[in-house]
Write a protein that binds this ligand. Structure first.
Ligand SMILES: Nc1ncnc2c1ncn2[C@@H]1O[C@H](COP(=O)(O)OP(=O)(O)O)[C@@H](O)[C@H]1O
Ligand SMILES: [Mg+2]
Length: 383
């Protein structure tokens, strides 16, 4: 339905924004491939909205250019760009019914026969039965779908979404995430979605750019970012990571061996930063769900070749699908372990001595010069 052939990628080249002496967005090069669902993810204040507003033309970049395909649109005002934005506060016209809200963009351009296109849009967002209602007669999620339809009827090449689901409660937000994903797949136009919610970004986007302090720290597919974080911020902000301070004792052939808390751990050399050598320090990371727990008395049953750390369970919380443990150990004060709720394990209670073990392949190494807790607080701040 939408003509996307004329579109092309969104290309940001050296784009930056400073307010006085404060740099909100550092020079940024970024290409959003045509037709992709792209998420800008980061804590409040990291420059997401500013970046989006520069794409929309609502903010002049201090340096750099914005292009759509081959076309440099940096000098174009917002209404001349083939771009529409959906905000958190969707601001539908309260006195107009849903049909007229969606038709608004067409009417403004002087299109008189809007019926067919509006009906298509109502179908797309599955609100066909609501055409004659007023906005206040719809739920928050339905209103947000009207806002999406109202933007898409203009056939933008790019739809920008700035925390569009932020005002919705958790359950509705989950529904709308899937709904927006379906709509994007159906219309095939480029979506650039801004959110501070890492789960939302990972659920919806093909590619996620993790922003921190006005910079993109890492960009990739959700699974790639999750499994191969390259910075402590990404490791901590996207899910939970156990980061262990370690010293390299052998950086030899393909495998790196470190000591941490008196024990040895192994990890693949290709999962370590460049320039790792014997004697250098390293932050060794492993995700909580990759770790298994065995009572210390059964330590002999742990398969050889696994990374092992001994510790004591400090806390456990049963959350249905899994039990989350916090384990104190010489390698880390509060290691987190998520054990899937498949079988009850007697003996895994607070105070118990345990062995934590995981595959060396699930271990990653990060540059030890970074703040080990970067990105941890940012998660707690989010509502
Ligand atoms: N008009 C402005 N004047 C001064 N500072 C601004 C202005 N707009 C945004 N900022 C600052 O730029 C930073 C990035 O803001 P923003 O892009 O809105 O972040 P995000 O959307 O990631 O929460 C923030 O520190 C914010 O206070
Ligand atoms: Mg914002």
């Amino acid at each position: 339905m939408t003509d996307t052939t004329a579109g092309g990628d969104v290309r940001l080249a050296g784009i930056s924004k400073t307010y006085g002496s404060f740099t909100a967005v550092h020079p940024l090069d970024l290409t959003v491939p045509q037709g992709s669902f792209f998420a800008l993810l980061g804590a409040s204040g990291c420059g997401k909205t500013t970046t989006l507003r520069m794409i929309a033309g609502l903010e002049d970049p201090t340096t750099g250019t914005v292009s759509l395909g081959e076309r440099d649109v940096t000098a174009l005002p917002p209404h001349k760009r083939p771009v529409n934005t959906v905000f958190q506060s969707y601001a539908l016209f309260p006195h107009l019914n849903i049909h007229e809200n969606i038709a608004f963009g067409l009417r403004r351009r002087g299109v008189t026969s809007v019926k067919k296109q509006v009906a298509e849009m109502l179908d797309l967002v599955q609100l066909g039965d609501f055409a004659h209602r007023k906005p206040h007669q719809l739920s928050g999620g339905q209103q947000q779908r009207v806002a999406v339809a109202r933007a898409l009827i203009n056939h933008p090449q790019v739809l920008l979404l700035d925390e569009p689901l932020g005002a919705l409660d958790l359950k509705l937000r989950r529904q709308m995430q899937l709904e927006l994903k379906r709509i994007q797949t159906e219309v095939g136009i480029t979506f650039v979605h801004v959110t501070h919610d890492q789960e939302e970004a990972m659920t919806m986007a093909d590619t996620v750019a993790v922003m921190n302090g006005g910079r993109v720290e890492q960009l990739g597919a959700p699974a790639e970012l999750y499994e191969h974080p390259r910075t402590t911020f990404v490791a901590n902000f996207l899910g939970t990571s156990n980061l262990i301070e370690a010293e390299v004792v052998d950086a030899g052939s393909g495998e790196v061996v470190v000591t941490a808390g008196g024990g040895k751990l192994r990890l693949p050399g290709e999962r370590c930063p460049e320039g790792v050598r014997t004697g250098s320090r390293l932050l060794v990371g492993v995700r909580p769900e990759k770790i298994a727990l065995t009572p210390a008395a059964e330590a002999d049953s742990v398969a050889p070749g696994r990374n092992t750390v001994t510790g004591r369970i400090a806390a456990s919380s049963f959350i249905g699908v899994s039990t989350q443990y916090v384990v104190e150990s010489p390698a880390g004060k509060a290691l987190e372990v998520y054990v899937q709720n498949v079988e009850q394990r007697a003996g895994l209670v607070p105070g118990a001595e345990v062995v934590l073990h995981w595959s060396p392949e699930h271990t990653f190494g990060l540059d030890a010069a970074q703040d080990i807790a970067a990105g941890v607080e940012s998660v707690e701040e989010t509502p």
